[in-house]
Design a protein around this ligand. Structure first.
Ligand code: PEP
Ligand code: MN
Length: 337
């Protein structure tokens, strides 16, 4: 970290900042320049609390040389993390696909979809039992009954389950039914929920908030790791932009950025990332091509009757095609599907 002093800063002001740094148990390295003095700080194992430094007279700005996150950073953990969900591994050469409906609507619906996605090669089943909806009048999910259906899917088709927790109470319930906890875009900065997920023994699928920067996404993951749960898979699911030909703009550049900055795997969600069924196939191929460590795809047997996200849900035949085409893309970059 670097404290940049104003050009007009006095010798006393510079000395006062140096003393504050030393009082924190750190080393200060004043570097006088032609225009102004900068003071380098070393010896910090964690983020330096910069608020008291930036408030001192004569300080122009504080520059963070290293990233504000630690446990999730590549610097801290140079090797790729491999996150296991049952026998499924995220972050290795194999690229797992999670597929299923947006919402768990009925046992029949889930069984029909599970049979097809399993046959097509999906590694995990997705489906929301607790749905964070924009309107309070929209379908909110079947709750615990939905979790019971998901458990039956797991037993019948041997597919690990990922499902969304919307608060600490639902997270506790999900722990006794599912294999992976999803934290949705709307809750990416729900810090009490993140802390609770950090105390769980289940892996977490953390989706990027629709207006979150990648630093904010990684800071959210840091909350989970800081509580002791290292098993986090990140998810790019599209961000808000001015575009109106899609529901969200899938930010594919997030994937190589996260790979450079963090050791955590990152999967792509072209369903929410586009919001349009006809674009899911192409964006799935693109996601695999840029190195996504997995895909999460919404599939529904009767999308026109879906209680949520029907417009972006593939029918099982379309999912079959998707699986076939993404496989060849994976091969080009030495990965397998
Ligand atoms: C979902 O996966 O169905 C969902 C609600 O996703 P997001 O949080 O990305 O909107
Ligand atoms: Mn959805």
């Amino acid at each position: 970290m670097l404290v940049v002093m104003e050009g007009s800063a006095t010798k006393e002001q510079i000395e006062a900042v140096v003393k504050s740094i030393e009082d924190m148990g750190l080393r200060a390295h004043p570097m006088p320049g032609a225009q102004r003095t900068a003071i380098g700080i070393t010896g910090n194992k964690q983020m330096v609390k910069d608020a008291m430094l930036s408030a001192q007279p004569g300080v122009l700005e504080i520059i963070h040389v290293t990233q504000p996150f630690k446990l999730v950073s590549r610097e801290f953990h140079p090797e790729d993390s491999h996150i296991k969900v049952g026998d499924v591994v995220f972050g290795g050469a194999f690229v797992p696909v999670m597929a299923g409906p947006c919402s768990v609507e009925s046992e029949d619906q889930c069984m029909v979809v599970a049979e097809r996605v399993k046959a097509a090669g999906a590694s995990m089943f997705r489906g929301g039992a607790f749905k964070p909806r924009t309107s309070p009048y929209d379908f909110q999910g079947l709750g615990e009954d939905g979790l019971k259906i998901l458990k039956k899917v797991r037993e019948k088709y041997d597919l690990p389950i990922v499902t969304e927790a919307v608060d600490p109470e639902t997270l506790t319930l999900i722990e006794s039914y599912a294999d992976m906890i999803q934290i949705g875009a709307r809750n990416m900065q729900n810090y009490s929920l993140l802390r609770r997920a950090g105390k769980s023994s289940l892996p977490v699928l953390l989706k990027r908030g629709m207006s979150a920067t990648l630093t904010e996404l990684l800071m959210a993951a840091e909350y989970i790791l800081a509580e002791g749960n290292p098993n986090v898979v990140l998810c790019e699911r599209g961000i808000r932009s001015f575009a109106d030909h899609t529901r969200n703009t899938l930010d594919l550049s997030a994937i190589p950025y996260v790979h450079r900055t963090s050791h955590l795997p990152i999967v792509s969600d072209p369903s929410h990332g586009t919001g349009r069924r006809d674009k899911v196939d192409a964006l799935s191929r693109a996601s695999v091509a840029v190195g996504a460590d997995g895909l999460i795809i919404e599939v529904h047997n009767e999308p026109e009757k879906a209680l949520s996200d029907g417009a972006q849900s593939l029918i099982p035949d379309q999912f079959d095609n998707l699986m076939n085409t993404v496989k060849s893309i994976a091969g080009v970059i030495n990965r397998r599907m």
